[in-house]
Design a protein around this ligand. Structure first.
Ligand code: ATP
Ligand code: MG
Length: 673
């Protein structure tokens, strides 16, 4: 099983006992080493359920465990598979352990989870209740409030420090914010809801108690963490409590790929790991197995520009291939045309669509490409961007289900009631009050005062919740079906594109068939929501071939034979949405590095020019003014520079300071003589 590995990788797989840090650049086999280590542990007889594998996304955990199974299959076919290994994100593992042990810290097991949208909404309600928006100074909006709250929790820093560092324009609102957050904590407790941050915070607290901490610790022999550079301070403390002294802890990462600083991840976690855990074994990997030497030359040069970094020059002995390409396009349409052409060409040559990926900084950068793919009937999956469960109709449906699970979930309750005709926020709150207070739907009266337009639906709703919220609710798909029957007509009245929406609701009902527990279903959808209904279908079958479109953030850890990076223009990469501090620019550079280092054999970076400069008599010259600042000439020298369609005829544009050809302008003006 270990034959394929190099010496450092093998040593890491076989390491026994104390804390271990594997730190290395992209494509050096960090994740591969983790997979081998899990397989090796199982082969040695460690029971799967005593291994905890933490990854950044559920998809990544599933993929890793598939590899483990592959390895074990070869070593000994009668071994049990990896199915019992605890694999998942910090949040999903926290949820499972809180459901398992929460009662020991007095956490009621019926808690529901608020996603980001819910959390913002609740903050907004409290912000209004506390009349914080009333003062002379503008109080931050709900999204900003949540960012501040979340950053304080994740980075374990007091609110004033968070404001000073990241939100200086809000420092005057310190007292108001603290009041808001205290009220927020109380209100969540009353409603028995946890937000994303609470999952980690409560898990951390759980580990700190005598009642539950030792039991949870005793559950695992080995804890392994991939992409450790993107963990935050709270997660590091959590691991500390889970593995005191770093015993049985393996973390893996690359400081040059830290891209979640904007969400309070701290690259210090990985840099300081050996100091915090004396006796750490540090393993460094330098051979890159992913990319051709030509592509590696390009990515090495890009990342060498980082201000603060641990120098790591990667090398590769893979057969040499094409150089990376830097493609200038006159506009976005040309970029789309070029990328599509390349993709289809490669597919003709036998490279499946699924081995090719188009990456971009912001979700909307791929819109034009998506339209074109749709027009030509080319299948694709898109990762990142607006998620399926963030759409209004899906949120409505889940609110129905959440309310059944937890009658005290006020946001779910007001959302459901607000769907009834003529019921505004005030009536909704009055109607939900008895249920909130008693935690039971028995408090609902079919004869309660509701607007005339809603009377029939009100009675149906009460009946629905007597059934769903009662002691013996029907099977989950039946529950969804009942909700859909009730909600369908309301949805049709409320929204446009009804057919597509109703189809989404149907898919959810089908998905529910795979779950027995309502709470587990809700947890799954809230924690790592599918991006589209296609995602709900589970892993596509092997004959399905589709192109991957992904934001760079969502492409972390993946690799493809061919990678196309769109819109490499300043303003997009680096994004002009960052405030432009040196730290943020550095993070954007690392992000660009993550994008480029996904490629195995072909890499094309495209950028649309907004103008084309052609000085008289000198053939033609691209104006590079908009090219990303991360490709200055010495770096760009590692790329093949070319125009997307050099032979295409181009109109002669006037000099930059003129609007039209002077003779034309003269003619237009002459009309008024
Ligand atoms: P990233 O930083 O992007 O997450 P990584 O360090 O986790 O990269 P992997 O994804 O584990 O790298 O490996 C990159 C590629 O190299 C994979 O295709 C993997 O199969 C291959 N690889 C890793 N180690 C070896 C090895 N010893 N021999 C041959 N191929 C290897
Ligand atoms: Mg990896």
């Amino acid at each position: 099983m270990l034959e394929a590995l190099n010496d450092q990788q093998r040593a890491a797989v076989l390491h026994d006992g104390g804390p271990m840090l594997i730190v290395a650049g992209a494509g050096t086999g960090k994740t591969t080493t983790l997979a081998h280590r899990v397989a090796q542990l199982i082969a040695q007889g460690v029971p799967g359920e005593r291994i905890l594998l933490l990854t950044f996304a559920r998809r990544a955990a599933a993929e890793l465990l598939r590899r483990v199974d592959g390895l074990l299959g070869r070593a000994a076919s009668d071994r049990p598979a990896s199915s019992r290994v605890w694999g998942g994100t910090f949040h999903s593992v926290a949820t499972r352990l809180l459901r398992q042990h929460g009662e020991r810290i007095g956490l009621h097991p019926s808690f529901t989870i608020h996603d980001r949208g819910d959390s913002e909404d609740l903050l907004d309600v409290l912000r209004a209740e506390l009349e914080l928006g009333r003062g002379k100074r503008r109080f931050p909006r709900k999204g900003t409030c949540l960012d501040i709250y979340s950053r304080a929790v994740s980075s374990r820093a007091p609110v004033d420090a968070v404001l000073a560092r990241g939100f200086p324009w809000c420092t005057e609102q310190l007292d108001g914010l603290k009041l808001l957050f205290r009220t927020y904590v109380d209100r969540k407790a009353e409603q028995r809801v946890l937000d994303y941050d609470d999952l980690l915070l409560f898990f951390h607290a759980l580990l700190g108690t005598e009642a539950a901490g030792p039991a949870v610790r005793a559950q695992f022999d080995q804890v392994l963490v991939d992409e450790y550079q993107d963990t935050n301070a709270l997660q590091a403390e959590l691991l500390d409590r889970l593995c005191p002294g770093g015993r049985g802890l393996t973390v893996v990462g690359d400081d040059a790929q830290a891209i979640y600083g904007f969400r309070a991840a701290s690259v210090r976690n990985i840099l300081d790991f050996p100091e915090i855990h004396p006796g750490t074994r540090t393993v460094v990997l330098a051979e890159n197995y992913r990319s051709t030497p030509e592509l590696l030359e390009a990515t090495n040069r890009v990342i060498a520009q980082a201000r603060e970094r641990h120098p790591k020059e990667l090398w590769s002995r893979r057969p040499s291939g094409e150089r990376a390409e830097l493609i200038t396009c006159s506009d976005e349409a040309e970029q789309t045309e070029f990328v599509l052409g390349r993709i289809l060409e490669r597919r003709e040559q036998g490279m499946d669509l699924r081995r090719q990926a188009v990456l971009f900084r912001a979700s909307h950068h791929s819109l034009q490409l998506e339209v074109e793919l749709g027009r030509r009937g080319i299948p694709f999956h898109k990762y990142g961007g607006l998620r399926f469960v963030e759409t209004a109709h899906v949120r409505d449906l889940l609110a129905f289900l959440r309310l059944a699970e937890n009658p005290r979930d006020l946001l779910a309750g007001t959302r459901v009631l607000g769907l009834l005709p003529g019921v505004g926020p005030r009536t909704a709150r009055a109607l939900i009050e008895p249920v909130q207070r008693t935690g039971s739907f028995e408090g609902w009266d079919t004869a309660a005062k509701v607007p005339a337009a809603a009377r029939a639906q009100w009675q149906a709703l009460v009946a629905l919740y007597r059934e769903l919220g009662g002691p013996r609710p029907p099977a989950l798909p039946v529950q969804l079906h009942r909700i859909r029957t009730f909600y369908g007509p309301l949805c049709e009245e409320r929204y446009d594109h009804v057919t597509a929406r109703l189809r989404d609701l149907e898919s959810l009902e089908q998905l529910a068939a795979g779950f027995t527990e309502r709470a587990a279903f809700l947890g799954e959808l809230t924690l790592e929501p599918p991006r589209s209904t296609q995602d709900l279908a589970g892993p596509p079958s092997l004959d399905d071939d589709y192109l991957v479109l992904s934001t760079i953030h969502s492409a972390k850890g993946l690799e493809f034979d061919a990678v196309y990076v769109l819109h490499a223009a300043d303003g997009n990469i680096p994004s002009d949405l960052t405030t432009g501090t040196p730290e943020e620019i550095d993070e954007e550079l690392r992000l660009f590095y993550v994008a480029l280092s996904r490629a195995k054999r072909h890499l094309a970076v495209t950028f649309p020019l907004r103008w084309f400069d052609r000085p008289a008599g000198v053939g033609g010259r691209h104006a590079f003014a908009q090219l990303t600042r991360f490709l200055p000439p010495p770096v760009a020298a590692a790329f093949e520079l070319r125009a997307a369609f050099p032979e295409a005829p181009r109109p002669a544009l006037p000099p930059a300071d003129a609007f039209l050809l002077p003779e034309l302008r003269g003619a237009l003006k002459a009309f008024w003589n």
